[in-house]
Ligand binder design. Structure first.
Ligand code: HT7
Ligand code: ZN
Length: 876
């Protein structure tokens, strides 16, 4: 694992014109024949060799224009094939033959087998595990694929592009050929072969072309793919209407597989999905599952333009496709659901995942300038902060200029392997704005802190807002330059109206957006007739930490009356946080825990307001998480104290609001048939969170046990099971419900993942013993990433008290697990290890244990590059 630097980028010496691959599939011995047509790039020295990437490959045959290449003319190692003395001017054909073992491929990168199905995963560098190839995203070519396989067990032989034809091959075998006319990089290649169930539909594009839509799932699961198909058709229509993007092949296929390292993959015309993000029915999937399916189906489909038609020049540009595509899927979900609630959920996720990454040892710029293992850069910073940056461009430019910039990007770069610079330039040209300062968002890591102070002068009717920005130091970046921060801002008057200032001085203020560009900047608003309440960073227009001295009365005013629903939620969260921090300190000091009555009253008032949508009220009730509180406290954290303090807050709210909460629980009972739509899901989420609170006001598990018995869908069932196991872990009702759940869903691995993760999240001392015993359960299959994430991942990421037990036992357990998982699946091991990224903010005893466990991993022999990279950065 050597370090790769952005500054070292240079194009390849040889241009790849065409790719022709033939696969003869065999579970242990698949023959791959790659015919590659190259020509030497103009100006490249005639002595320059052709260097192809490999990974654990063994060369079996090598031809140049159909003639054997003498051994002296090439060098082949498992990870490189170097061929010398190639034609200087004319195109030539290299034919590489090699054999691979899909069944032995436990990394799930390249060609592997899952449940008897052949499947590929090539992003980022998996293609080189299939054949020797210039495996980098700026090498684009049209592909012709021939797949030969036994008829038995391989009804479908699928690859990218349009189907050319197929038929019998030889005794017991058949073949299929595919051609993808759109030049693509190798990471978008896909092959799937197996016996699968199929659902089909058609989409007519805006220019009137019919596209065949096919979703392949395990036999018998076809009805559970209906929602994914519906989401796909809505995504295709939305991309036409919102961005003018039409689909470009005759067929679009999705295959659901049960062993997959991530959520899904946008291979051209043949998306491969983790089955968790395809399969859903009311009995087995929660509302959150449905929302994730809709989002991820859309995300992969949107990549067809932002990622595939326009791809990345190199992997440093990953956020060019990922940040933009997340922005697009967020916009899609906002249009399909409630925009305000979607924004709240996205910001909650950003703060709980990306902010800790940006504030810890794994912080990196959205466009990094070096990496050791690219797989470790599929991060929340690249994805979610990348999306926030795209959103800020939209905020700065306004809707029309943003759309013009996108149109220009599609027009100018279609077929290109582009850079982030190319992207930003399109918006500069479309709007006439200079975005050079804005560009720093891509290359500086760290969450900016904006400190704001205000004053009001009644005599001159002037409101003054002083802003100061700092970006904290992050690994490798000790000093930072000022960012261009768009702050959506309103001044709210007594009557709840938004003030329209007669003049604003000190900087640009347009369409309600302040453009903060200096380190310190003071804006004055004239013509403000009475002291206003400041509503700043509305809609979370910039991904920053905000420090604003604001009175509780002003925050209550925003929480009650702001026209921006996001701001109302934000004000309540801002009110909650000091209460939770104070309570944590009280717990640690054995002092009485008390909460501000104003905060509790306002919260109860808001959730009881029937004019507000239920999903919004549910978001208001969901207090900052334990890790949010830990981040706010910043250092020397005691997860047990945080847990107790947060529970005390819930108990206090439950006590004060028992009538409102009971009324919500009664009013929102699900009657009639289940529907996954956002409104129905919002009603369920409000009722279920009300039940969570009531469990703090009640001594017995009766309500949750009754809800478990009465549940008619997985959302309600899983929630009731969570309450039973979290609040009443030692009760007979909890044990009974776990057993019932297990028996009812014994043959459904995806549902048993919920059974695993619900138990993995049970707080307290008993957690580790429970996890250890569950690793021996027949439902825990250590080779399947979904099972590992559900049990080990949930424990490490989602059980702060159980995982951070003071004796350090759980860290040592995780270290053993990481070393063991690493041997078969380094990517999975590295990702779960990132759960240790905030160890330095723990109190010293826990921090010492964490360091020791990390050091054990670091010293373990034969670590993968993936895990080595993470452990070394986390320890640094
Ligand atoms: N672009 C896809 C990334 C991905 C991936 C990366 C590394 C290893 C396995 C992987 N599977 C999918 C997913 C996406 O962002 O759409
Ligand atoms: Zn993506």
């Amino acid at each position: 694992g050597q370090i790769v630097h952005l500054a070292d980028y240079r194009p390849t010496d040889f241009v790849l014109e065409r790719v022709d691959l033939t696969f003869e599939l065999d579970p242990q011995n698949t023959k791959v024949e790659a015919r590659l047509i190259f020509h030497r790039r103009e100006g490249v020295d005639a002595s320059a060799p052709l260097v192809l990437d490999g990974d654990e490959l063994m060369l079996s045959g090598l031809l140049l224009d159909q003639i054997d290449i003498p051994a002296a003319q090439y060098d082949a190692t498992p990870d490189r094939l170097t061929i010398r003395d190639l034609p200087a001017e004319t195109p030539f054909e290299i034919c590489v033959t090699n054999y691979i073992n899909p069944e032995a491929n436990t990394q799930l990168m390249g060609l592997y087998r899952t449940n008897g199905v052949y499947c590929t995963q090539c992003e980022a560098e998996g293609f080189r595990r299939i054949t020797y190839f210039p495996d980098r995203p700026d090498v684009l070519a049209p592909y012709t694929i021939t797949i030969v396989a036994a008829k038995e067990g391989n009804t479908f032989l699928l690859s990218n592009g349009n189907f050319l034809g197929g038929g019998n091959y030889d005794e017991g075998r058949h073949f299929a050929a595919w051609f993808d006319p759109h030049p693509k990089p190798s990471y978008l290649f896909a092959l799937v072969a197996g016996d699968l169930g199929l659902i089909e539909d058609t989409f007519t594009t805006m220019s009137g072309r019919d596209v065949a839509l096919k979703i392949y799932v395990e036999h018998g699961k076809e009805p559970r793919a209906a929602y994914a198909m519906d989401a796909l058709k809505r995504s295709m229509k939305w991309d036409e209407e919102r961005f003018g993007r039409e689909y470009d092949l005759d067929i679009f296929m999705i295959v659901a597989v049960s062993d997959f390292n991530m959520g899904a993959m946008e291979n051209k015309g043949l998306n491969v999905f983790n089955d968790k993000y395809v399969l859903a029915d009311p009995e087995t999937a929660t509302d959150a599952d449905y929302a994730n399916i809709e989002r991820i189906i859309a995300h992969e489909y949107f990549h067809n333009w932002t990622g595939n038609r326009i791809t990345c020049r190199d992997w440093f540009q990953l956020c060019l496709k990922e940040g933009l595509t997340v922005y697009r899927d967020q916009e899609f979900s906002s249009d399909m659901r409630s925009r305000a609630v979607k924004r709240i959920a996205d910001v909650r996720h950003l703060k709980s995942e990306q902010f800790p990454e940006d504030g810890g040892p794994l912080a990196h710029p959205p466009r990094p300038d070096k990496y050791r293992e690219i797989n470790n850069f599929y991060t929340t910073t690249v994805y979610e902060k990348g999306a926030e940056i795209t959103g800020m461009i939209a905020t700065i430019l306004g809707e029309d200029d943003f759309r013009k910039g996108m149109d220009l990007y599609f027009e100018r770069h279609d077929g290109d392997a582009a850079t982030v610079e190319d992207f930003v330039k399109c918006f500069e040209e479309a709007s006439g704005r200079d975005l050079s300062q804005f560009f720093r968002w891509y290359i500086q890591a760290g969450t900016p802190l904006v400190s704001a102070s205000t004053s009001y002068d009644a005599a001159s009717s002037t409101f003054t807002l002083s802003l100061e920005q700092t970006v904290p130091a992050t690994p490798g970046q000790s000093s930072k330059q000022a960012l261009y921060i768009p702050l959506s801002t309103a001044l709210i008057l007594d009557n709840g109206q938004i003030a329209a200032p007669s003049k604003v001085e000190g900087g640009e203020y347009k369409n309600g957006v302040l453009h903060l560009t200096e380190r310190s900047q003071t804006f004055s608003f004239s013509g403000i007739s009475s002291r206003p309440v400041l509503s700043l960073n509305r809609g979370f227009s910039a991904p920053i930490n905000l420090h604003l001295e604001q009175s509780a009365e002003d925050m209550v005013q925003i929480a009650r009356h702001d026209t921006d629903m996001f701001s109302r939620w934000q004000a309540l969260t801002t009110l909650a946080m000091p209460n939770l921090v104070k309570a944590t300190n009280a717990v640690r000091n054995d002092a009485p825990v008390a909460f501000d009555a104003g905060f509790i009253t306002t919260l109860i008032e808001v959730i009881g307001d029937d004019a507000l949508e239920p999903a919004f009220r549910a978001q208001v009730l969901a207090l900052p998480s334990e890790s949010d509180i830990a981040r706010e406290i910043g250092s020397s954290n005691d997860p047990d104290a945080i847990h107790q303090a947060r529970n005390a807050a819930m108990a206090a709210i439950a006590k004060a609001g028992v009538e409102t909460l009971t009324a919500l629980f009664d009013a929102f009972e699900d009657k009639g048939a289940y529907s996954p739509d956002a409104t129905s899901a919002g009603r369920r989420s409000l009722r279920n969170i009300a039940m969570s609170y009531l469990s703090f006001a009640e001594e017995t598990p009766k309500r949750a046990a009754d809800a478990f018995a009465a549940a008619s869908n997985m959302t309600d069932l899983a929630h009731a099971l969570s309450i039973l196991t979290q609040r009443f872990p030692d009760s007979a009702e909890a044990a009974q419900a776990l057993a019932t759940f297990e028996a009812r869903f014994a043959d459904n691995a995806l549902v048993l993942d919920k059974w695993l993760s619900i138990q993995a999240a049970i707080p307290g001392e008993g957690a580790l013993g429970r996890i250890k015993s569950l690793t021996g359960s027949k439902h825990f299959v250590g080779t399947n990433p979904n099972r590992v994430r559900s049990l080990i991942g949930t424990f490490a990421f989602g059980n702060p008290t159980g995982f951070n037990r003071a004796d350090g036992e759980a860290y040592r357990f995780l270290a053993e697990q990481i070393v063991s998982i690493d041997k078969r699946n380094p990517q999975l091991a590295a990702r779960i290890l990132t759960s240790m990224r905030s160890w330095r903010s723990l109190e010293p005893v826990r921090a010492d244990h964490a360091r020791a466990a990390l050091t054990t991993i670091e010293r373990s022999p034969a670590l993968s590059t993936d895990v080595r990279d993470i452990v070394e950065r986390v320890l640094k």
